[in-house]
Design a protein around this ligand. Structure first.
Ligand SMILES: *[C@@H]1O[C@H](CO)[C@@H](O)[C@H](O)[C@H]1NC(C)=O
Length: 322
């Protein structure tokens, strides 16, 4: 048994081919998880293109990494066909000065790339989201701390499950931007100046239960048509500026959560922690509903006698005069 495990391991390790040479300033190393191409020392896109125009015998890699432990990588753009004939599964651009990414940047990686990350991309002003449709295997797309202010339509990436654009400058989302992501299960946009959520921004056709993270976005209004199609089964709205829980916006979402939960499906809730909610007659619809209230969490009044009281704990006669 032990021998057989060893044989299988040896076989797996054997799959990872030897590292190429002559790829300075990139380096390559082999680990049990696969071959890692480490390019933290590149200083321009031309230099990166030069590395990948070498004659590399074994073109299948698992990891591409730029990770700066200190300072920044001065790579300024990701050009078309940046990896030449090489393919990767996990691609990580960290702490770069990348402003733009070519729509054809990852040509050749359509069936290999699983994760694409631009961490601390604090010069990036936009991303060609439409082109993600070409990456058929991609399940995770992450951008953090960018200058992106507008999220435009995401191409129909068939396996894209997790999308995260956080700590950026997003204030506008094109209607139906995420509507063609059929497997979306987690959308994280926390820490962006979204302020007002408009109709169609979170229209979805996902076949999966999906959860939306909108914490710390200075949101003061969410329009009635913000959610449509496949409704989220969890919404995290902590640390925003909402003063009410609008029935027009949230009734359908909460009813959907209640029926999904009834059907035994995994359901989250809507989290309102740290919002300046004003408790008055406008909240009666949800505060007095035994079916919907369980899906509202941390909704605490900020006004008058009930300041500090969770809407689930309001006095019985609170809505008597409504
Ligand atoms: C998409 O995901 C499914 C299930 O996770 C997998 O079987 C399939 O191979 C993936 N498609 C591609 C093109 O990677």
């Amino acid at each position: 048994m032990y021998k057989r495990v060893l044989a299988v391991l040896a076989c797996l390790v054997g799959v990872w081919a030897a590292c190429p040479t002559g790829i300075t300033p990139c380096t390559c190393r082999e680990e049990t998880a696969g071959r890692i191409m480490e390019c933290s020392s590149v200083s321009s896109s031309d230099q990166l293109l030069t590395v990948f125009s070498q004659d590399i015998a074994e073109t299948t890699f698992q990891y591409f990494q730029i990770v700066k432990l200190s300072g920044r990588c001065t790579l300024e753009k990701v050009p078309a066909n940046v990896f030449g004939d090489c393919t990767f599964m996990f691609v990580w651009f960290g702490q770069t000065d990348v402003v733009t990414v070519d729509p054809n940047a990852f040509e050749g990686n359509e069936l290999t790339m699983l994760e694409l990350t631009f961490a601390d991309a604090n010069k990036m002003t936009s991303y060609p989201f439409e082109s993600l449709a070409d990456l058929h295997s991609l399940y995770k797309f992450f951008v953090s701390n960018s200058l992106i202010d507008t999220i435009t339509h995401f191409g129909a990436a068939p396996n894209l499950t997790q999308v995260s654009i956080t700590g950026s400058k997003v204030s506008t989302i094109s209607p139906d931007a995420f509507a063609d992501l059929g497997r979306l299960s987690r959308l994280d946009l926390h820490d962006n100046p979204l302020t007002v959520i408009e109709d169609g921004w979170f229209a979805s056709s996902s076949s999966e239960p999906w959860v939306l993270y909108l914490d710390d976005c200075s949101i003061n209004d969410i329009s009635a048509g913000a959610f449509s199609g496949s409704l989220p089964t969890g919404i995290y709205l902590g640390g925003n500026d909402l003063t009410s829980i609008s029935e027009a916006t949230f009734r359908a979402v909460l009813e959907n959560m209640a029926s999904a939960s009834e059907a035994g499906e995994l359901t989250h809730y809507i989290d309102f922690k740290q919002n300046p909610l004003v408790c008055d007659c406008d909240l009666q619809w949800v505060a007095t509903s035994t079916t919907l209230l369980p899906f509202v969490r941390n909704a605490v009044c900020s006004n008058g006698d009930v300041k500090g009281t969770d809407i689930a704990d309001l006095p019985e006669d609170f809505f008597a005069a409504c």
